[in-house]
Design a protein around this ligand. Sequence first.
Ligand SMILES: [Zn+2]
Length: 130
Amino acid sequence: MERPKSIRLLGVSIPLIVSNCKSEDLEDDEEVFGMWDGNEMVILLNSECGEIQERTTLLHELLHAIDDFLYLQLKHREIYSLSQTLYQVLADNPQLVSYLLAGFSKERNGDSDSTGSYKINKSYRCYKDN
Ligand SMILES: [Zn+2]
């Protein structure tokens, strides 16, 4: 399956750019698989990543972008754990992804002025206290 050119996040289109991920901030021998650039609002993916590595990296960098957008101030370690676990859940449950999105496409097709973007239901509550 072809890599999307961009990801829509909270109404913002974030380009996915494949590059060698070299940065002045990195040491010469330091290697990164990808980067979320919050200034340029792009996700960079290392061109030398393997297929699965690229996909898990994309999910990881997307979580960095979400973290940034929502000022969650998650630590890299937390984002790493979330992205690895979420990828594993998605990989182990392809029927879950189909199920979740089946309702979405039905609603989207029935809504004539929809932009095709998921609208957050403001009445939604998660009752898990922390
Ligand atoms: Zn990270």
